[in-house]
Design a protein around this ligand. Structure first.
Ligand SMILES: [Zn+2]
Length: 287
C-alpha cells in the first residue's frame, strides 16, 4: 500500500475533509480495492475513523452493506463500462440510503467507460444527490475526460511512495524545494538555472517532480486553511500560499500530475523537462 496516500486520506478523514468524489488510480488493483474499502467504511462508520466493529463496518466487510454499491465491468466479463450501467447508477443514486448516513458507489475500471458513458456519468458528478459518495478506480487516468477529472479528487497510488532514506532522494527533495522557492519569489533566472540539473542527470527528474508536487499540494492545503501538510517543506508551502493564488496553486498540482502521466507513458524525458520548465513558469507567472 502507498503509505503516503494512506496517510493523506487518513488525515482528510480525521479533519472531515474527504471529498465526495474520489479517483484512485495507478498502483495495483489490490491496493486500489483496499483503499476504496477503507474510504467507504469511513463514509458509513458511526465513528470518525473506520472502527471495523460497528454494524456498518461489519456489513461492509462481509460484502453485505446495502448502501455500498460495488460495480466492476471486468468481473461481469464486460469489455467496457456500459452507458446503461451508468444510467442505472444515476437513477439509483437518487434513492435514499437504507441504513448508513450516505450511499457509497465503488466503481472499478472506470477507464473502460467510452466517451458517451463518461458524459452520462458527468451529469451525476455535476449534480450529485447530497447523500451520495463516489469512489472511482482505474489503472490509468489518461482515458478519462478532462471534465470528469475536474470533478474528482485524484489520488495516485503508483507514484510518490518513496522514503527519503537515500542521498539521491534527498538531493531531489532539496532541488524541488529550491524550485518551489524560485517560483514563489518569481526569480525566473534562478529557476532556469536550477532546472539545468535535469540535463546532467535525467533520473533526477521523476523524484524531483514527486517532491515538488507534494509541496504544491501542501501550498493548496495551507491556502485552504488545512493543517494537513505532507512534504518536508512546510515553510516553502506557506511561502507559495502567500505569493500565489489558490487557482494558480491548483493548476500547479494539476500540471505536475499531467507530467507524471507523460512520464508513466514513457514520453521522451528531454522533451518533458523542457515542457516542465515552460509549463511551471507559465502557470506561476501567467506568461
Ligand atoms: Zn465502524
Amino acid at each position: 500500500m502507498n503509505n503516503k496516500v494512506l496517510d493523506m486520506v487518513t488525515e482528510l478523514i480525521k479533519n472531515k475533509r474527504l471529498p465526495h468524489a474520489i479517483l484512485l488510480h495507478s498502483g495495483s488493483p489490490a491496493d486500489r480495492d483496499e483503499l476504496a474499502l477503507y474510504i467507504a467504511s469511513s463514509f458509513i462508520c458511526t465513528d470518525t475513523l473506520p472502527c471495523g466493529i460497528c454494524k456498518n463496518c461489519m456489513k461492509l466487510k462481509n460484502g453485505s452493506h446495502p448502501d455500498v454499491i460495488i460495480f466492476d465491468p471486468v468481473e461481469k466479463k464486460e469489455k467496457t463500462f456500459k452507458v446503461d450501467i451508468v444510467r442505472e447508477i444515476r437513477a439509483d443514486s437518487h434513492i435514499l440510503p437504507n441504513e448508513a448516513v450516505c450511499k457509497v458507489y465503488i466503481l472499478k475500471n472506470v477507464d473502460k467507460m467510452n466517451v458517451s458513458a463518461q458524459n452520462a456519468f458527468l451529469k451525476t458528478l455535476e449534480e450529485p444527490p447530497a447523500h451520495t459518495r463516489f469512489i472511482l478506480l482505474c489503472e490509468s487516468r489518461a482515458a478519462l475526460l478532462e471534465t470528469i477529472m475536474s470533478r474528482v479528487t485524484p489520488f495516485n497510488l503508483g507514484a510518490g511512495d518513496y522514503t527519503l532514506t537515500n542521498e539521491y532522494a534527498l538531493k531531489a527533495d532539496e532541488l524541488a524545494n529550491e524550485l518551489a522557492c524560485a517560483l514563489a519569489e518569481v526569480t525566473e533566472l534562478h529557476f532556469m538555472q536550477l532546472t539545468s540539473a535535469f540535463e546532467k542527470d535525467k533520473d533526477l527528474f521523476p523524484l524531483t517532480l514527486t517532491s515538488l508536487q507534494l509541496i504544491f499540494r501542501d501550498a493548496v492545503a495551507v491556502s485552504t486553511g488545512s493543517k494537513l501538510t505532507l512534504s518536508r517543506h512546510e515553510d516553502t508551502a506557506k511561502l507559495l500560499a502567500s505569493k500565489l493564488s489558490l487557482k494558480t496553486l491548483i493548476n500547479l498540482v494539476d500540471n505536475t500530475e499531467h507530467l507524471f502521466d507523460c512520464l508513466n507513458k514513457n514520453a521522451n524525458k528531454n522533451l518533458l523537462t523542457t515542457r516542465f520548465c515552460s509549463v511551471l513558469r507559465n502557470t506561476a507567472y501567467g506568461g
